[in-house]
Design a protein around this ligand. Sequence first.
Ligand code: GCU
Length: 597
Amino acid sequence: MNEEGSGTTPAETARAEAKAFFRDGEPLLEVCEDWGDSYRILEEDGKVLIQGGKTGILYGVWQRILDCLCKRRSSAERRSPRCALRMLQCWDNMDGTIERGYSGPSLWFEKGTVSFDPARLRMLGRLLSSVGINVLCVNNVNVREPAQGLIEEKLPELRSLADLFRPYGIRLMVSVDFSQPIRAGLADADPLNEETARWWQRTTDRVYEAIPDLAGYLVKADSEHRPGPFTYGRSHAEGANMLARALRPHGGQLVWRAFVYNCMQDWRDDQTDRPAAAYQTYAPLDGQFDDNVVLQVKHGPFDFQVREPVSPLLFGMPQTRLGMEVQLAQEYTGQQIDLYYMAPMWEEVCRDLGEKRPTILAAVSNLGRDACLTGDPLAMANLFAFGRFAWYNEARPKESAEEWARLTYGFTPAEEEKLVSALLGSRRVYEKYTSPLGLCWMVNPGVHYGPSPDGYEYQSWGTYHRADRNAVGIDRTKTGTGYLLQYPPALQERYGTLERCPEEYLLFFHRVAYDKVLRDGRTLIQRIYDDHFEGCAEAEKMAAELETLPFPGEEKPLILDRLSRQISNAREWRDVINTFFHRLSGADDGMGRTIYP
Ligand code: GCU
């Protein structure tokens, strides 16, 4: 056991954590060899027994600690996670930067090497395991030198990270570059070239000698200029299976991302529709992937926008192991400046998926070297909620917000209620002042923070709203791009007509005239104005409420700073977007509020 209270196995860590927390009246722990991640907490005559598998015992101890801090009895039910893989995926580069990172530099890479503060990483291991995360992918999906070396000359460095996280029941995963054999001197990376396959097998065998419990590889191929099987005229099943076969003897998983679309689209082309791309690429390959391949699909068909309908691909591949990817890093959702609690969004995704919910969940990390780890201390609520979501395979927004608030701050019930209601309302507020009614992509290109209504309009990324003086939005029904037809019939019916389509998705699925009267009796243009004015006013109100809370001294200035930046951002969005539509439509605001000329 070391000074931070961890052991060398999860069971030893469980004992050490229990000893440290329950100074007197420590629970009895019993390891049940074949229980895996599951556990049970039994209370009788003031004595507590926690039974659990080799990793489950640790989850049992965390649950008991959580119950004690929340001052409630533990359930005696045997609990098992509904998702076997609960992954956090870090977009950390080896120079120490983080792609889409808003919390400072990487916690484990610096100047091209693995470099970390062991005490801090052990603390992180505790944090991640305490919310149930069991796989950590340590490097960016866009693998750039020298990160290729992590599975070759830098393997000992990768191993040092694996050794550090192992006591917390966390297995490492590594992002690999599909063209890596070329770096090693091979003529090509063609997945059907036997030499390529042999190279991957040899390399992977060596990786597993060093890290026998590596969870596997993560791959971004043929996406945003990354290399992939298309270069050789091969399918993604052929590419993924070749890698999966190298991992198979070691029990490793190959996580293959389905984020494939044409990022060199001509904006004049209104037939190609980016949201349709993943389904078009992958649905025909259903049944062709090996069983240690996970096809990892972003929850929406675009790219982590403020609001998107669920990805149709998640319904379209019944013979394939699917994983779902969410993004804790607030790339399009406020960059850990504006408050945006994500669990309500995941709840909707789960509702729409029903029985089709994948049982493998991954989140793009929001962590970095900042003192509070998440830039905005309140953004930690998203990591906590994701851990719970992946455990239960159910988003539970309110319960997670309450537990997180209670464990983090120990406020009075009235204060806690204020924080929880701000968290629960935050997404809707952000959505109203940025992108109401399913309008996406009006952000500043590249940075993805702040308004720029035409910023992506004439670019190659396939992200157009096509606003003109009469109307805005894209017709994605069968009279338009036909994207809607990728959904099962019930969702086609729900989204397919103006009368039924939920207003949050209106302009995603339909092109609507500004003077069209919506279901609530207001015209589209009036709704656009109203939502932006209201969203901004609600952000101001939410900030005023949060400012009254007694956050700890070191957090308060960070939180206040972010709230004031959120308000400036909200005002900017309100005014820029309202002016944009006012100039185009010529329609005045029915309430006579200020819209700048
Ligand atoms: C977004 C993001 C990129 C990232 C990509 C991905 O497009 O802006 O930085 O690489 O998603 O998910 O691969």
